[in-house]
Design a protein around this ligand. Structure first.
Ligand code: MG
Length: 216
């Protein structure tokens, strides 16, 4: 991974590819069936916010949900990447929130419309600094937690992902060239729920990173 990617992945990356329902318990908590292949959607990079900025509730949203996720930062561009080669394309990781306007998403699902507004609005992707790859040697066994106003809401482990990180990289790269700086959001464990104006979200990976965002 080029050294400038470490500090500039948010500017370099052209896309955020997100995976829906990649944890069994989360799929079923929303009444969805457990998928047999990855469910993918895109978030624009304009949705990034970093600590110190606030999360905004998008227009017409009455139910903004938190989803804590491990993000993969692509360090080496590629397409049609094999599962065996997949980890060579990982430059590092991020802690991220896939903020979701759940009511807008429910409406879109009912009508068969895309999730773009529900998932891609400004501030829908709070993100940490880059976690270097060697700081997370076992990304397949990482604890992710999230609290709202100090109360634990999500506490999961990447070992419970339905589709593994190498599988996701390989699968996604058959359709999209994964470019240096792009981010893959790997899905959220169970415990998602609403946040309101004034609430504070704390999230983290034990001993690695944590961040705090306020809802405005
Ligand atoms: Mg998500």
């Amino acid at each position: 991974m080029a050294s400038n990617t470490v500090s500039r992945f948010r500017e370099l990356g052209k896309k955020i590819v997100a995976v829906g329902r990649n944890y069994r318990e989360h799929a079923t908590e929303l009444g969805n069936v457990v998928p047999t292949k990855p469910i993918l959607f895109l978030k624009p990079t304009s949705s990034y916010v970093t600590e110190g900025q606030n999360i905004k509730i998008p227009p017409n949203c009455k139910s903004l949900h938190h989803e804590v996720e491990l993000g993969i930062v692509i360090g080496k561009t590629g397409n049609n990447i094999s599962e065996d080669q997949a980890m060579d394309h990982v430059g590092g990781y991020v802690l991220a929130l896939d903020m979701t306007a759940r009511d807008l998403q429910d409406e879109a699902k009912k009508k068969g419309h895309p999730w773009t507004l529900a998932k891609g609005f400004d501030t829908s992707c709070p993100i940490s600094d880059l976690i270097l790859k060697d700081k997370l040697p076992r990304s397949d066994n990482v604890n992710l937690w999230l609290k709202v106003n100090g109360e634990t809401k999500q506490n999961g482990d990447t070992k419970d992902m339905i589709f593994s990180i190498p599988y996701l990289i390989s699968y996604i790269s058959k359709y999209f060239t994964l470019e240096e700086g792009d981010v893959i959001l790997t899905g959220t464990p169970s415990g998602v729920g609403p946040v309101d104006k004034g609430d504070v979200i704390d999230a983290g990976i034990d001993n690695i990173t944590s961040f705090k965002f306020k809802i405005e």
